[in-house]
Design a protein around this ligand. Structure first.
Ligand code: COA
Length: 320
């Protein structure tokens, strides 16, 4: 517990990062996974008295959110406080440019204790991440890792916090938030382009929780935008084999800060990865200018049935 007081960090240029592969593999044992991020973001190496003791890779996700992708301390230097100090020094490096630091880890006592001791708290989980992305079972502390568990550390001093958000997969536990966000948005944001009677009728389509449970079960892709303090602030879902953008909604309190753009980019990237060449959607009068701005063209105007009433929307599409 003495040496770490003189620990320093330095950034590592992209061309030199592979020199630290042994350390990187301590935190993420599959080389192909490390290769996904090694050339991106920032890499830091920690040293004390000229000896390198550990490394970390940090990825800026935008909107004041950073993700700690990899952190490792050489085995002979572990449990001496270096990991904690490296985390603190990285956070100081970004200062108020970091509103929230995320870190994803396996559900293992060892790493969870470490992050909790560094001031991180539970954020969300990505189900089956270690099954879907690794070519072999990952065992830690005798337990097979399944879900990626995300933790967050919030910087309350950062002015970016107010408008920060990140994307994550939607989960079954989100149904109440989905219902609330949808109904609020329709009643407040779409009101103006539709009559009160129309928005009430449309909002009522989301009243039943089973509607959201069914949508989650049927969707090919369903993502949520999450504010680190406020929770869900937007969502998007795709059906029809990722060719139909079924929904795109942003909370009435978080309009015009780039959430719909981020959701749409993620949706289009996903459709692209699935080999889709084309996306279509049914846009409300309110959303039509947004989609036009993003390169979608109107195929036709139509009167679509909400609950009881028929109301105007537009079939719009884009070639990817
Ligand atoms: C996780 C890791 C980075 C921690 O680094 P470290 O320098 O050993 O951690 P610190 O000494 O700063 O530990 C700070 C606190 O975290 C907790 N902690 C760290 N390692 C722990 C372990 N193996 N088991 C339980 N708690 C642990 C403890 O509360 C510790 O405080 P204490 O030891 O004084 O009680 C290091 O063990 C490592 O490199 N592991 C292999 C790579 C890895 O798994 N990275 C994370 C991938 S998600």
């Amino acid at each position: 517990m003495l040496e770490q007081e003189s620990m320093e960090i330095r950034t590592v240029p992209v061309q030199s990062r592979r020199r630290y592969f042994d350390l990187l593999l301590l935190a993420d044992e599959q080389e192909s996974m490390v290769n996904r991020y090694i050339d991106k973001g920032d890499m830091f190496v920690a040293s004390t008295d000229g000896t390198d003791v550990g490394e970390a890779v940090v990825m800026p996700l935008g909107h004041g959110v950073l993700e700690l992708k990899n952190i490792a301390i050489s085995p002979e230097f572990q449990r001496h406080g270096y990991g904690k100090l490296l985390t603190e020094q990285i956070l100081s490096y970004y200062g108020n440019g970091c509103a929230v630091m995320l870190v994803g880890t396996g559900d293992s006592r060892m790493t969870v204790s470490f992050y909790e001791s560094c001031g991180f708290t539970y954020s969300h989980r990505v189900p089956d991440f270690f099954i879907d992305n690794y070519d072999h079972p990952i065992i830690e502390c005798g337990v097979r890792l399944i879900d990626m568990v995300y933790f967050k550390r919030i910087n309350h001093d950062s002015a970016l916090l107010e408008n920060s958000f990140f994307l994550r997969p939607a989960l079954k536990t989100d149904v109440e938030s989905l219902r609330f966000l949808f109904m609020e948005t329709v009643k407040c944001v779409n009101f103006g382009d539709y009559t009160r009677e129309e928005v009430d009728d449309w909002a009522s389509c989301g009243m039943d929780l089973s509607h959201w449970e069914q949508l989650l079960a049927d969707a090919d892709y369903f993502i949520v935008a999450e504010h680190p303090l406020a929770g869900m602030v937007g969502f998007a879902s795709m059906t029809d084999d990722c060719e139909y953008l079924h929904s795109l909604f942003v909370s009435k309190d978080y309009q015009h800060i780039g959430i719909a753009t981020a959701l749409l980019q993620a949706v289009e990237r996903h459709a692209n990865e699935k080999g889709r060449k084309h996306i279509h959607t049914e846009a409300s009068i309110t959303a039509r200018p947004f989609f036009e701005h993003k390169g979608y063209g109107v195929e036709k105007a139509q009167m679509a049935k909400a609950n009881r009433l028929y109301m105007r929307n537009y079939v719009m599409s884009k070639q990817l």
